[in-house]
Design a protein around this ligand. Structure first.
Ligand code: ATP
Length: 262
């Protein structure tokens, strides 16, 4: 089986995320993609973030139409708090899934080039790159050299080896010892969650074009992102220990991939 994890803040999930997921699913024959919203993204600890509950609900609405897309509780408040971690680290999530897969299963991690550019600042990046193959959605203007340069220094090819790729558009697969990075092209959605949060107050009638109608209805109904900011009392700081989406279980059943017929 080919399984992928698509991690992010998803505040909110938008059509750019879904386009990336669809393109990855087609190109790599993915059976399932787990959309994993981070309860406390390590790199966004200082900014207000909409509650995990709202972000998860929007993901559930957005992914309902595709049997391969699974909204995930792998980084839910319950899972993170019971693990004792101070934030949601991808290496922990990847290892949690890896333990439950068969040897012959392939595990991928999907992310955008802007996020991959910071990969060396993530927790245990060398181990993470070894644990799964990466699918990086290219953003216009990035070269293959940018991909190589973003690697942690232990894995980074020497500068001389990278130089010839400066003008080469990021495409194909970069295989080096300890990392396999596939570049996903032709997904050029310029939408971002930041733009959506800023636009909600002004263009709420065209919101569906950016997030789909079900998510747009939810945002309007719950008055999310008013004045460009998430609802204050829902930010993750107030939420610690207070939100229970998983009924008592520390191991969501999603850790076992659902049967194909589900
Ligand atoms: P924000 O604007 O709040 O930073 P975002 O739109 O980048 O949010 P995230 O939830 O942070 O959304 O993104 C999850 C992952 O999806 C990241 O790896 C990001 O690079 C990728 N991503 C987001 N939007 C796009 C897009 N339009 N095209 C390709 N990748 C994207």
């Amino acid at each position: 089986m080919n399984i992928a994890i698509f991690g992010g803040t998803f505040d909110p999930v938008h059509l750019g995320h879904l386009a990336v997921a669809r393109a990855a699913a087609e190109k790599f024959a993915l059976d399932f993609i787990y959309f994993v919203p981070a309860y406390i993204p390590p790199h966004k600890q200082k900014q207000p973030i909409t509650s995990f509950g709202h972000r998860y609900t929007m993901l559930a609405l957005a992914t309902a139409g595709d049997a391969r897309f699974v909204p995930s509780l792998l980084e839910s408040p319950d899972v993170i708090q019971s693990s004792g971690a101070d934030a949601s680290y991808t290496i922990d999530t990847v290892r949690r899934i890896r333990q439950r897969l068969k040897k012959k299963d392939r595990l991928f991690f999907i992310l955008g080039m802007d996020a991959f550019a910071d990969i060396s600042k993530w927790r245990n990046p060398v181990d993470l790159l070894r644990e799964c193959e990466f699918i990086v959605a290219n953003r216009p203007g990035h070269s293959l050299a940018d991909v190589a340069r973003a690697l942690p220094k232990e894995l980074r090819p020497p500068a001389d080896a990278i130089r010839p790729f400066l003008k080469k558009e990021a495409q194909g697969t970069l295989v080096i010892e300890g990392a396999t990075i596939h570049l996903l092209q032709d997904v050029e959605e310029s939408v971002s969650s930041t733009k959506i949060r800023q636009a909600v107050g002004k263009q709420s009638d065209t919101l569906g074009d950016l997030v789909g109608e079900a998510v747009a209805d939810y945002i309007r109904k719950l008055h999310l992102y008013k004045a460009g900011e998430p609802v204050e009392e829902d930010s993750h700081k107030e939420q610690r220990g207070g939100l229970h989406l998983v009924s008592g279980s520390k191991q969501p059943s999603e850790l076992r991939p659902p049967a194909k017929s589900e």
